[in-house]
Ligand binder design. Structure first.
Ligand SMILES: [Zn+2]
Length: 295
């Protein structure tokens, strides 16, 4: 397999990359090293495959949200996800201060959010690399999800809102992608970028079992400080930062299942409750709202 070896941090250019852990991808059952930049905090998947070879690491069967719920855990997860899609629509409306507009989703997976926001009156475009997820979304929701490779061909200043729900980490070239994301919004447009925090309490607790790593599909594992540096480098102003308890809970559930290899709903829920009692430091899922810097 042809791979890209990373020797320096793409954000701060530092060369102090330390081995953090080895994560075994559950689709191809292959291990990948996760490195940590000791200067800015970015975490990196070492030797991630090139884009044209990534198909091996996407599920080749039905998309996850397509499967009927098998047990109480699956049903609970389905319920949380259905809540999350509604919450995403609410977040977009609040952060953009719009009730409708033209929106692009970068990396829409099966198109569940794209479908939800279209049903709320938004003109919605979406791109996705995973062909199985794309075909599912087009068939199930009658969307017109484009191949992710078309992303860089889209005309600048085309959207009121561009969203990337935990997909910036999948970019081959994180700077080229940030440039394009910024370029795609109109002058007063809104860019919403969410990511799972690589230094969250859950990432520390679950280690190699943390579902947020999702390597090698995710090449870059962001932290608030690394992301804010990146935004600054691309002339973007952070106007709001929020987190999602819903996604924190979903990530905990899936990490618990990944760690124990069995779906113990009670254990996972108890952990979610314990974390909620302990406080909100080092949350798992952060959502940033960005605008062009005013000159
Ligand atoms: Zn760095």
């Amino acid at each position: 397999m042809t791979t890209n070896r990373i020797d320096s941090c793409p954000i701060c250019k530092g060369k102090h990359l330390i081995h953090k852990l080895s994560y075994t991808d559950r689709i191809a059952n292959k291990p990948f090293d996760i490195l940590q930049c000791s200067d800015c905090g970015l975490h990196i998947t070492q030797l991630a495959p090139r884009l044209q070879e990534m198909h091996e690491f996407y599920p080749d069967n039905e998309a996850p949200c397509y499967k009927p719920a098998q047990n109480a855990c699956d049903k609970w997860l389905d319920y949380l996800l259905s809540k999350w899609y509604k919450k995403q629509v609410q977040i977009v409306c609040e952060e953009s201060e719009r009730r409708s507009g033209v929106l692009l989703e970068m990396g829409c997976k099966e198109g569940c959010f794209a479908n939800a926001i279209r049903n709320n009156g938004w003109i919605t475009h979406a791109v996705e690399h995973d062909p199985t997820a794309r075909e599912y979304g087009n068939k199930r929701f009658m969307l017109q999800i484009e191949d992710g490779r078309r992303f860089f061909d889209i005309n600048p200043r085309s959207y009121n809102v561009v969203v990337a729900w935990d997909t910036l980490g999948e970019a081959v070239d994180i700077h080229r992608t940030m440039d394009k994301l910024a370029q795609l919004i109109v002058k007063d447009g809104t860019l919403i970028i969410a990511f799972q925090n690589a230094v969250s309490n859950d990432a520390k607790q679950y280690g190699a079992s943390w579902s947020g790593w999702s390597a090698p599909r995710k090449r870059w594992h962001l932290t608030p400080s690394a992301f804010e540096t990146l935004a600054e480098q691309h002339d973007l102003e952070v106007v709001n930062q929020r987190h999602s308890t819903l996604i924190d809970t979903i990530t905990t559930l899936t990490s618990e299942w990944q760690q124990t290899a069995k779906k113990s709903l009670m254990t996972a829920l108890l952990h979610c409750i314990t974390r909620a009692i302990k406080g909100k430091e080092n949350n798992t899922y952060y959502i940033y709202t960005l605008k062009h810097k005013q000159r």
